[in-house]
Write a protein that binds this ligand. Structure first.
Ligand code: RP5
Length: 192
């Protein structure tokens, strides 16, 4: 894998692991969030992409506070080589939906639990899209952000056998970890 560099939210350069394939040689996933206060959760999507060697970019844009910036980002993303967009927002979470309205790229929405309603508001705002403009909405918070990263990798894997292989290995690792837990549990309970 070739390490590449990108920029994090504070503008510092970060190293991003990439694959040899064309799809992975420059950021093919864009992670955006409504506020820098969402970063703690959205970082999990970035980590998942790093685990699979998928290059990504990450930034802040808001459906409400910077509507022009958000629309421009969405309209230009495909031409820049982005293949999947992951959008996280909290509260009246319209970011993923607004982005989906301006692009035909697949958009994955991550509901952020950032208000007194603990993410139920964000979940409903993100998932309840009108027919015609899909947003693939994942679970609230960190598990959802992780799954957003994995789902983005799965979409890209349709065109990359190497990435598909990594995703298969991921599933095997999960199954193995359950076997380990089962053995441990039985030992704890004195059954083996
Ligand atoms: C949303 O409002 C953001 O996605 C964030 O989850 C929430 C709070 O934003 P800040 O007030 O912390 O900037 O638009």
């Amino acid at each position: 894998m070739q390490p590449r560099s990108g920029r994090n939210l504070s503008g510092s350069r970060v190293r991003v692991a990439t694959n040899e394939g064309t799809l992975m040689s420059k950021p093919s996933v864009s992670i955006v969030m409504g506020s820098d206060s969402d970063l703690d959760i959205m970082r999990e999507a970035a980590k998942a992409l790093e685990d699979f060697g998928v290059a990504y970019e990450i930034d802040v844009t808001s459906a409400h506070r910077s509507p022009e910036r958000t629309a421009e980002f969405a309209r230009k993303a495909a031409a820049r080589g982005i293949r999947v967009i992951i959008a996280g927002a909290g509260g009246a979470a319209h970011l993923a939906g607004v982005i989906a309205a301006h692009t035909s790229l697949p958009v994955i929405g991550v509901p952020i639990p950032s208000t007194a309603l603990n993410g139920l508001d964000s979940l409903l705002a993100t998932v309840q899209m009108p027919a015609g403009i899909p947003v693939a909405t994942v679970a609230i918070g960190k598990p959802g952000a992780t799954n957003a990263g994995i789902l983005a990798a799965q979409i890209l894997a349709l065109g990359s056998a190497a990435l598909a292989k990594k995703l298969d290995a991921h599933k095997e690792n999960l199954a193995n970890s359950v076997e380990e837990k089962s053995k441990k549990l039985k030992m704890t309970l004195g059954e083996s």
